[in-house]
Design a protein around this ligand. Sequence first.
Ligand code: ZN
Length: 315
Amino acid sequence: MSQDNRTAGEHRVVKVREVGPRDGFQNEPETIATRDKIELINALGDAGFKRIEVASFVRPDVVPQLSDGVQVLRGIDLPADVERMVLIPNSRGLENALQVRGLFEAMTLFVSASQSHNKANINRTVEETMEDVKGMGRRVVAEGVKFCAVIATSFGCPYEGKVPMDGVLDLAEQFAEAGATEIGFGDTTGMANPAYVSRFFRAAAERLPGVELTAHFHNTRGQGLANAYAALEAGCDSFESSFGELGGCPVPAGSTGNISTEDLVSMFHEMGIDTGLDLERVIEAARKAQQVLGRKLTSHSIVAGPVRWASAVAN
Ligand code: ZN
């Protein structure tokens, strides 16, 4: 590692949660076979992820792509120290999940910060949803499961435009009071910019001491990595991303693409930041996903591979 341009600054460690098996697969047009999902998730485990969003307890008629969640949870074989996360959309989903509660360590409950997106996504007002999820969150905590909250459209709404920062952080505080120990801020339709992200994460850290704050960016307009860098510089050390740049958001149409895990990890490693991940294996998993889907995925590292400094390249 002597002849490279990596930053030799202070040693820093970040956490990267792989959300492709849920956020990604959910938004792909194809329904992926259960055995393929299991194989891909196991490959992610081999790559070193300690946090993976594995499944969702949504209604099978609403999201048929994830109707095999329990089979996937039963079929995967991950190291014991991996935190398996499941997404819970409502109280029925919570009850269904609790019936198999030995199969995961963390549950995510969510709301959209904007009324219109929340209505479009789950047909409830923000206030109605918050009443529900706070009650559900207390139940999650009482069951001894880690309660994670996600606030979608934290950085902008495709229907309403500006989403006030204070309003988002008010929701985050309510989640924290209900027992959430990790709160993710989602740029659900790719409207964030690095300057705003920087202000946002500094303000969030001030208002939510002791709560883990997670950045969840989408690359809808190609600004995902710039936003991740801005969050990092503002002190954020927890990120979510999707191998192969899979995924998007169900509403509105065209809101494609979480940031690519392999591109994010490549950036962190080149900056000298430790993720605990084996980048080669992350890329391998993304290429496997490409094979399973039978079409090219859009991450950059899947094509270029990791940066190589030490080899004998001419010029
Ligand atoms: Zn997402």
